[in-house]
Design a protein around this ligand. Structure first.
Ligand code: NZQ
Ligand code: ZN
Length: 387
């Protein structure tokens, strides 16, 4: 195991009926809140009402700011920063999924920075200060509720990049699985795929080849996510399955499973961000298309870990490493098809002729993430496996 520091300051309040905790918990950080939410669901399903009643009960003022779209955009962040300068809230309450929470993080950092908030996404500036954030999570996927990263698309140049910095950890996140019961089946499955790929990026790309404890944490979380997703697919109102998926997804990208593995590249995310930036497809759908293709490419180069994935997650053993690895990748792709998420570019109407453009876009992010060995040529080769 490599040296590591594990410090996750986010307080998690988990469980049925916990949403009203948001008021008292937020009151510890400010007196006037910027209340961020998505386009429709938080209000439609009564989550917003629970939140505002809770804020009111502790005497908090708030400024409502809804309309955040999935795959959130920089233009919205700029507009809210204008609002910020007029209204001067001192805390942000984010009610939604990763798109709302990530928008909150961009605003929280931008409000404390004299320059262009996009500087953080291009690594031209470092986040050293941020407005405190509390969250009510309504979709299990991104783990943004318990990490210090955020993803925004610069819609002008179609770049979907991330910012990160320890001041961006939410102070408190309320994980009330009841709030996810209304997530449509497709987005529930996209969320499960996203959580699994968060785990697999470190599992397959960790710097330390020997990480038995981390591997078993990842394998156990993946098996649980797949089981829970299967139950939600059949019965979306299954509270226990929603609760298990919610907690697994949060653990999928909060630093726990990558501790001690010596850092890890995120190649599947690097390529997926290009798809979401250019075509605005759901992040989890992009990953269900990219992941089998990347696995086929990477599995050929280093079959051992893919064979372990095949044996431990799918209980498959075909004798040789290569055959076992290949069987596991096939089983992964078959599982994706069973939960009705796309596994080919054609399924989301992305033509093979666009591969050059997608690869160029992805390579731009590969450079920011220090993954220049993923050349345009290699990215194109991988994308051709997803046609
Ligand atoms: O806008 P509304 O009406 O709320 O609809 C949303 C949206 O259309 C809907 N939804 C959310 N909660 C719901 C609900 N519908 C019914 N009932 C509810 N309770 O679901 C749709 C998707 O919401 P979104 O927030 O976009 O989904 P998710 O949580 O998967 O977030 C995706 C974003 O997270 C980023 C992705 O890039 C993408 O932009 N990620 C953030 C990461 C991070 N901060 O660490 C890491 C991830 O890899 C990911 O990149
Ligand atoms: Zn993701």
């Amino acid at each position: 195991m490599r040296n590591f520091v594990f410090h996750n300051p986010t307080k998690i309040i988990f469980g049925q009926g916990q949403t009203p905790c948001i008021g008292p918990e937020t009151a510890a950080y400010g007196r006037k809140a910027l209340l961020l939410f998505g386009q429709n669901s938080a209000r439609k399903h009564g989550i917003l009402k629970q939140v505002t009643e809770s804020l009111e009960a502790v005497g908090l003022e708030w400024v409502e700011c809804g309309g955040i779209k999935s795959n959130p955009i920089l233009g919205f962040v700029y507009a809210v920063l204008e609002l910020w300068r007029r209204e001067k809230p001192d805390v942000i309450v984010a009610v939604g999924g990763g798109s709302v929470i990530d928008t909150a993080k961009a605003i929280a950092a931008g409000a404390c920075y004299p320059g262009d908030v996009w500087d953080f996404f291009c690594r031209k500036a470092v986040v050293t200060q941020a407005i405190p954030i509390t969250t009510v999570l309504t979709l299990a996927a991104s783990a943004s509720e318990m990490n210090c990263g955020g993803v925004i698309t610069n819609e002008k140049n179609q770049q979907k990049y991330n910012l990160m910095g320890s001041p961006l950890y939410p102070k408190v996140s309320i994980l009330d699985p009841v709030n996810t019961l209304t997530v449509p089946r497709n987005y529930s499955m996209y969320g499960a795929v996203d959580a699994i790929i968060h785990l697999l990026e470190g599992y397959f790309n960790g710097g330390d080849r020997r990480s038995p404890l981390q591997d078993r944490l990842v394998e156990g979380l993946i098996i649980t996510i797949m089981e829970a997703a299967g139950r939600i697919f059949r019965r979306p109102q299954d509270y226990t399955a929603r609760a298990e998926l919610m907690w697994c997804a949060t653990l999928g990208l909060n630093g726990l499973t990558t501790a001690g593995i010596g850092g890890a590249e995120f190649p599947m995310h690097m390529m997926e961000h290009a798809l979401s930036a250019i075509y605005d497809i759901p992040h989890g759908a992009g990953l269900s298309i990219i992941s089998p293709a990347w696995m086929k490419y990477a599995g050929r180069k280093s079959p051992a870990k893919f064979a372990q994935f095949s044996r431990r997650v799918f209980n498959l053993d075909k004798g040789s490493l290569t055959a076992t690895a290949r069987a596991g990748i096939k089983a992964w792709e078959q599982w994706l098809a069973r939960i009705k998420v796309p596994v080919r570019l054609a399924e989301v109407d992305i033509p093979k002729s666009d591969i050059g453009k997608i690869a160029q876009n992805a390579y731009g992010l590969a450079r920011v993430w220090g993954m220049k060995h993923y050349s345009v040529k290699i990215i194109s080769k991988i994308l051709n496996l997803a046609v």
